[in-house]
Design a protein around this ligand. Structure first.
Ligand SMILES: Nc1ncnc2c1ncn2[C@@H]1O[C@H](COP(=O)(O)OP(=O)(O)O)[C@@H](O)[C@H]1O
Ligand SMILES: [Mg+2]
Length: 256
């Protein structure tokens, strides 16, 4: 205080969303030469932008939902969107989180309102084909040569999708860890997650979300600063893996 400067050895990044998950803080800490526990600024910026990230992932031959990207100052019309995508579709802000501003659209007549709703949250939005299937999520951490992949979780929302209510009210969701899914799906999911972790140059603990069905496993998004409350996936996954949270946090700080 006063004349004294506090020097931070490491920053434990736990801010969901901006500025902790989109690369802003990471760039700032790089300039100050302070290590931190999350992905670097470039990876954070790429992965926080759902459109950029899904294109990156798709060129690695990982399945993603077919999508149309719109910006606010672009003209759009429902017919041309529906020439490119088959209903039902899913409309979401491009740089968001916690399922805010999202809608599942079953009929043409609902699409314009869903687009306007998403534009209230962001200047750019994604309209994706709705992937029917089972939703799973994979928590993974690499440190040096060591890779830890936690048991997968399956999300069974009682609502139309894993919406805001289901994310924050346990009465509206069932989270099953480890996911009770075929062994080959588990293995495939872990393999893809490990591959994407490398290709995206992730750091620290991240969570990859997917939906799978009989056509394959579709990448939804990656969370580079996943939730760490007791009810969040990563702490529950670590618990199922047999790793106390203090050990996980220790690994993250050492990794930084
Ligand atoms: N293309 C899609 N098809 C089906 N469900 C989807 C699709 N995209 C998102 N969802 C559902 O919406 C939820 C939130 O979407 P997501 O892209 O992960 O945004 P957020 O960053 O808000 O978590 C997902 O967990 C999933 O339940
Ligand atoms: Mg998500």
């Amino acid at each position: 205080m006063g004349e004294n400067k506090i020097h931070f050895d490491t920053v434990f990044v736990a801010i969901h969303g901006t500025p902790g998950e989109d690369g802003k803080l990471q760039g700032y800490f790089d300039m100050l030469d302070i290590p931190y526990t999350s992905c670097d600024h470039a990876t954070s910026a790429l992965t926080f932008n759902k459109y950029f990230c899904k294109n990156f992932v798709a060129q690695l031959n990982v399945l993603t939902a077919k999508a149309v990207h719109l910006t606010k100052n672009e003209n759009w019309d429902i017919d041309s969107i529906l020439q490119q995508l088959t209903l039902p579709v899913f409309v979401k802000p491009n740089n968001g989180g916690s399922s805010v501003g999202m809608s599942k659209v079953n009929e043409k007549g609902e699409l314009a309102d869903a687009i306007k709703k998403a534009f209230r949250e962001d200047n750019e939005i994604l309209i994706e084909e709705f992937i029917e299937g089972r939703e799973i999520t994979c928590g993974i951490l690499k440190k040096g040569k060591e890779t830890i992949i936690f048991p997968l979780a399956e999300v069974i929302s009682k609502n139309d999708f894993f919406d805001y209510e289901a994310k924050y009210n346990p009465d509206f969701v069932e989270e099953i860890i480890p996911a009770q899914i075929p062994e080959e799906v588990t293995e495939h999911c872990k393999q893809v997650s490990s591959f994407l972790y490398e290709k995206l140059k992730c750091k620290g603990v991240v969570r990859f979300d997917y939906i799978f069905n009989d056509k394959g496993m579709y990448f939804l998004e990656v969370n580079t600063v996943p939730g760490l409350t007791e009810a969040s996936f990563i702490p529950q996954m670590a618990n199922s893996y047999g790793m106390p949270l203090s050990d996980l946090f220790g690994l993250l700080v050492e990794g930084a």
